[in-house]
Design a protein around this ligand. Structure first.
Ligand code: NI
Length: 129
């Protein structure tokens, strides 16, 4: 499991991009509007670190609960895996709860992603390579 990115919930991608750029990050994707998950997404990169800025559209959005709790801030780490089904199985055996079934993500060339949660860890995302 390699770290792919840190997911960062923000109120406004437009405003946050400016701040990340001041710290030396550069945009490394186009701007995605995911109507299904009700979020906007922009990936940025600095050195070998990638952040995914996630802006909820409204209160029904996937990430809104995290925004409400944290305001702007990191809320998940995404890991690259070879086989998403196998990884889910191992993590569930290890006490994780599958909170978001695997689905094709528009921001990821429709690669499969899913989210798991464990109290002692928090939220993690898997993306199949
Ligand atoms: Ni993510």
């Amino acid at each position: 499991m390699q770290v792919e990115h840190v997911g960062y919930v923000v109120k406004s991608i437009e405003k946050s991009v400016v701040e990340f750029e001041k710290l030396g990050y550069e945009k490394c994707s186009t701007f995605f509007k995911d109507e299904k998950r009700k979020i906007n997404i922009q990936f940025m990169k600095k050195d070998n670190y990638e952040v995914e800025l996630i802006e909820p559209h409204d209160e029904e959005s996937d990430a809104y609960a995290y925004y409400k709790k944290l305001r702007n801030g990191p809320y998940h780490i995404c890991y690259k895996v070879d086989n998403i089904e196998e990884s889910i199985k191992k993590l569930v055996e290890n006490g994780y709860i599958l909170v978001k079934e695997k689905e094709a993500a528009i921001a990821y060339e429709n690669k499969n992603v899913c989210f798991l949660y464990k109290d002692a860890m928090g939220l993690i995302e898997l993306v199949e390579k």
